[in-house]
Design a protein around this ligand. Structure first.
Ligand SMILES: NC(=O)c1ccc[n+]([C@@H]2O[C@H](COP(=O)([O-])OP(=O)(O)OC[C@H]3O[C@@H](n4cnc5c(N)ncnc54)[C@H](O)[C@@H]3O)[C@@H](O)[C@H]2O)c1
Length: 263
């Protein structure tokens, strides 16, 4: 353990997922107070069980796709004496999540408007709501930072062929929402600059989570490092963005993708 984050109170959405739960563990290990939020369910329960004995761990149920819940969340945590100075827009509807829920991946021509809007609401409108609430309740009161989570598929086209014959795909609303998230970063960076708030984007590459060997081999050929990432390799960069060492960075995107975007 070191104390690189001991001056941070970190608020994170979607904290029970593959990456979120890794971030939480690493942040606690570096001395941060963590305000973990997620939908109710097995992910949230597992996270709470893991950290039940840690006084720096705090959990709140939060569905980011419900505007009223987001509008109240910082007042709720502030009412409990917690003052987040780092906020992570990490929750998202992901391909792995849809596959886990047994949901189909329709062809582009068959995507329904409500399916498109559901992804956009969670992956893009909700980060806007979180940022707007940060503006109302936090920005200007004390120094703070926002980290938006995009993806290697935000600013790079998807390689559709690598999904042939596999049970999941990259889906269009995901890529579009993730590109939009970085647009939010760019817009806010200048808007908040004179109020002591920074905002950056992290774009994780493909994180290994028990993927089919065929997929691992296909995507590995598109990555300079030749393989998928481990969650801790993404967390290393995320922890830096949360720390005071990133204090002079704003309006930037960090790609942590083994070189996928670097060819
Ligand atoms: N894992 C990867 O390969 C990868 C790659 C690039 C980007 N990312 C991004 O990293 C972030 C974390 O991804 P992950 O791999 O941990 O995904 P995951 O599917 O394991 O976790 C996503 C989390 O978001 C939560 N969530 C979904 N809808 C929500 C809602 N309405 N309200 C609150 N929480 C909600 C889920 O409950 C879950 O805990 C996401 O933004 C994702 O797009 C992941």
């Amino acid at each position: 353990m070191n104390n690189q984050l001991s001056d941070k109170t970190i608020f994170i959405t979607g904290s029970g997922g593959v990456l979120g739960s890794t971030y939480v563990r690493r942040m606690l290990d570096q001395g941060a107070a963590v305000i973990a939020t997620d939908l109710p369910g097995h992910r949230a329960e597992a996270l709470q069980a893991e950290h039940a004995d840690n006084p720096n761990f705090h959990f709140y149920e939060l569905d980011v796709s419900v505007e009223d819940e987001v509008t109240q969340i910082f007042k709720r945590v502030q009412g409990d004496g917690l003052n987040p100075n780092v906020v992570l827009n990490n929750a998202a509807i992901t391909g792995e999540m849809l596959m886990g829920a047994g949901q189909p991946f329709p062809d582009f021509a068959d995507i329904k408007t409500d399916e498109w809007e559901r992804t956009m609401r969670t992956n893009l409108t909700a980060p806007f709501w979180i940022a707007r609430q940060m503006d109302r309740d936090i920005v200007g009161k004390y120094p703070c930072t926002l980290v938006n989570v995009a993806s290697m598929y935000a600013l790079n086209g998807a390689h559709h062929k690598i999904y042939d014959g596999l049970p999941f795909k990259n889906f269009s609303a995901y890529s579009v929402s993730k590109a939009g998230v970085h647009g939010l970063t760019l817009w806010l960076a200048g808007y908040w600059a004179d109020r002591g708030a920074t905002v950056n984007t992290i774009s994780p590459g493909a994180v290994f989570n028990g993927h089919d060997p065929v997929f691992q081999e296909r995507i590995g050929e598109l990555i300079m490092a030749g393989r998928m990432a481990q969650p801790d390799e993404i967390a290393d960069a995320m922890l830096f963005l949360c720390s005071s060492q990133a204090g002079y960075m704003t309006g930037q995107m960090i790609n942590v993708d083994g070189g996928f975007s670097g060819w």
